[in-house]
Design a binder for this molecule. Structure first.
Ligand SMILES: Cc1cc2nc3c(=O)[nH]c(=O)nc-3n(C[C@H](O)[C@H](O)[C@H](O)COP(=O)(O)OP(=O)(O)OC[C@H]3O[C@@H](n4cnc5c(N)ncnc54)[C@H](O)[C@@H]3O)c2cc1C
Length: 436
């Protein structure tokens, strides 16, 4: 059985690594760009190791990556972000983020009575008896909850931080998604970790595994431009070849799948997924020649909905000796502005707010910049997990393909959704192969 996997990001690499262990399969992983990793691509600049998409793992002990570590024998180190140095800024005031009971006692985000209420909410989520799972959205739950404004604001802010979205979008996240996500996170003993050395530590091992499998190969810089059905096979076209396969796994953002299948007999099946919106943020990475200040590991500006992580405070392997790597992320509203000019002004305003946040907490950073990367529109998740959007299933009825990626159904959000859907696609395909 010959399998094609289109896309060499986290999802495609995961699916290929699992399938390469299957007897009686052979395959090709197609990647159109010169490097693997997709949005989790890692690169070196002036001694700094930067990721395009950051490598924080939420709830590592309950994360799909830990399952893959066991099943695929991956080896990687990780380090927990120091919870005592995770702060929220509200108004002019700095206070500990209520990440655990010790921080919750110390934080000024909630008053005494509201702290008791919030502990009750956490306990109910952990016990899986919280009513939120019965509500269509977080907003619907909050409207009926009778909670004080500060508790509502805290819920919204948590969802903003974990899903990389604005408060308006946070209110649209389905109650069942919130319940499952925070059940895992609140039960985790390792809530926020970095993979030491960045995503490359994972993607290199997945690549090696695929390349070591005798009947599998990776085709770099070979974008798939077309696909057609011919005598029971699927013929993929790239600039370099036309090759027939028995099965195809699409491991790319939903928007790109829709584009690739436009004009084919399969186009109508994707119609329900065509209008999904993606989660996009502004990213402001700076590598500094020396540590200008180290007041926190993470500072979240509640007023402007943006945060800065001192990535090198947790993962010192990413910087040259004495250097500092800071990553700023600003959540973005959808393109609600009436014209291009408005959007440009909005993004400019967000940039200025971000620079002001750097100025407040990292004075002198401007003079120490060795590396800088600003992206005003980076796709964090190809389908924003909010009401109105529809995640792509791993299989669609009457469609002969498999799908995986961070816009597909699976466990978790962001990279975990890419890993978990890649693993699931491989599992379903292996079951089908066993039946055949
Ligand atoms: C700024 C930012 C910060 C982030 N922070 C975190 C974080 O802290 N924690 C976390 O868990 N996640 C984070 N993420 C999210 C994470 O990076 C993504 O969820 C994940 O990388 C998505 O992987 P994927 O395989 O689904 O898709 P992609 O990475 O998009 O992979 C798809 C691949 O398919 C290839 N491709 C597309 N079309 C074709 C074609 N026709 N032929 C061949 N190849 C094709 C592309 O080149 C690409 O390599 C962040 C993302 C960003 C942008």
């Amino acid at each position: 059985m010959k399998v094609a996997i289109i896309g060499g990001g986290l999802a495609g690499l995961t699916a290929a690594a699992y399938l390469s262990e299957q007897p009686n399969t052979e395959g090709v992983l197609f990647e159109r760009s010169p490097q693997l990793g997709g949005r989790a691509f890692t690169y070196e600049k002036a001694g700094f190791t930067l990721n395009y998409g950051a490598h924080a793992i939420y709830g590592l002990d309950r994360h799909t990556l830990s399952v893959m570590e066991r099943e695929l024998h991956l080896r990687f180190g990780s380090k927990q972000v120091d919870k005592r140095k995770v702060m929220y800024e509200k108004g002019e005031h700095l206070t500990p983020a209520p990440l655990d009971f010790r921080n919750l006692v110390k934080t000024d985000i909630l008053s005494g009575m509201q702290k008791i209420r919030f502990v009750g909410e956490i306990t109910a989520i952990i016990a899986n008896i919280h009513q939120i799972k019965h509500y269509a959205t977080l907003g619907d739950y909050l409207a009926e909850s009778g909670a004080a404004e500060d508790v509502k604001e805290l819920w919204e802010h948590l969802v903003c931080s974990n899903f990389f979205i604005t408060p308006e979008d946070a209110r649209r996240v389905p109650g069942s998604v919130i319940s499952e996500y925070y059940h895992n996170l609140f039960l985790s003993s390792r809530p926020v970790n970095y993979v030491l050395g960045s995503w490359a530590v994972i993607t290199d091992q997945l690549r090696d595994k695929i390349q070591l499998a005798e009947r599998w190969s990776i085709a770099m810089q070979e974008g798939v431009d077309g696909i057609q059905y011919d005598h029971g096979k699927y013929v993929l076209k790239t600039k370099a070849r036309e090759e027939a396969f028995d099965r195809v796994v699409f491991a790319m953002p939903v928007q790109q799948v829709v584009k690739l299948l436009r004009g084919t007999p399969w186009e109508p099946f994707l119609e329900p997924y065509e209008h999904n919106s993606a989660t996009e943020v502004m990213v402001y990475d700076v590598g500094l020649s020396h540590v200008v200040a180290r007041p926190f590991s993470y500072i979240s500006d509640m007023n402007h909905k943006m945060f800065i992580s001192d990535v090198s405070a947790t993962d010192h392997t990413l910087v040259p000796e004495g250097g500092q790597l800071l990553q700023g992320i600003a959540y973005l509203s959808d393109e609600n502005a009436s014209g291009q000019g408005d959007r440009k002004a909005y993004l400019e305003e967000r940039t200025q707010q971000m620079e002001a946040l750097f100025d407040r907490h990292y004075p002198g950073w401007r003079d120490a910049v060795a590396v800088k990367r600003v992206s005003k529109k980076a796709m964090v998740q190809s389908v924003k997990n909010v009401a109105g959007n529809k995640l792509l299933p791993i299989r669609i009825e009457n469609m002969p393909f498999y799908f995986c990626g961070d816009g597909c159904e699976g466990k978790g959000e962001l990279a975990e959704r890419a890993f978990s859907s890649g693993r699931l696609a491989a599992e379903l395909l292996a079951k089908e192969l066993a039946r055949v």
